[in-house]
Design a binder for this molecule. Structure first.
Ligand SMILES: [Zn+2]
Length: 150
């Protein structure tokens, strides 16, 4: 990442995100590595350091997203926009599974983002399971499915 974002602006991004990765909703407080600031429109594509072009992202989500703004919907094979936390509502595109372990995508944007950013990889499921045991997951404001889909 070429640009240098001022510390106070980074803090504003953290506060707006309530310290959640704006993609996978991992909580920064429980992570060993500080989260990163993602450019929604990448700098290389002309994106700025403006508040509205920034999002809090965990290291994994930021690395997987990289300079992408779109990805393939695994259901239809079509290229669709990635989830954009400034334009989209998380709860319109994702919901937690009944047990809180999995992010269930609800839309094409959700499916493409879930797949590209590997929201439900083994390692993160293990972390979520441990977090559920100590009652710090899923995030309090997030939607949870009422009945299993499968
Ligand atoms: Zn993440």
């Amino acid at each position: 990442m070429a640009s240098k974002i001022p510390a106070n602006l980074q803090e504003d991004v953290r506060l707006r995100a309530k310290f959640l990765c704006e993609y996978c909703h991992a909580h920064e407080i429980w992570q060993h590595i500080p989260f990163t600031i993602d450019h929604l429109i990448p700098v290389i594509a002309g994106g700025t350091d403006g508040f509205d072009n920034l999002a809090l992202a965990c290291f994994h989500c930021n690395r997987r997203k990289s300079d992408r703004q779109s990805a393939i919907d695994p259901l239809t094979g079509e290229t669709v926009l990635l989830f954009n936390p400034r334009q989209h509502q998380w709860s319109e595109h994702f919901v937690w599974s009944v047990d809180g372990l999995l992010i269930v995508p609800l839309t094409a944007v959700g499916r493409a983002t879930c797949e590209l950013l590997e929201f439900n990889r083994e390692r993160v499921i293990r972390i979520r399971r441990a977090d559920i045991e100590v009652k710090r997951h899923p995030p309090a404001d997030d939607p949870i499915q009422l009945t299993p889909t499968e």
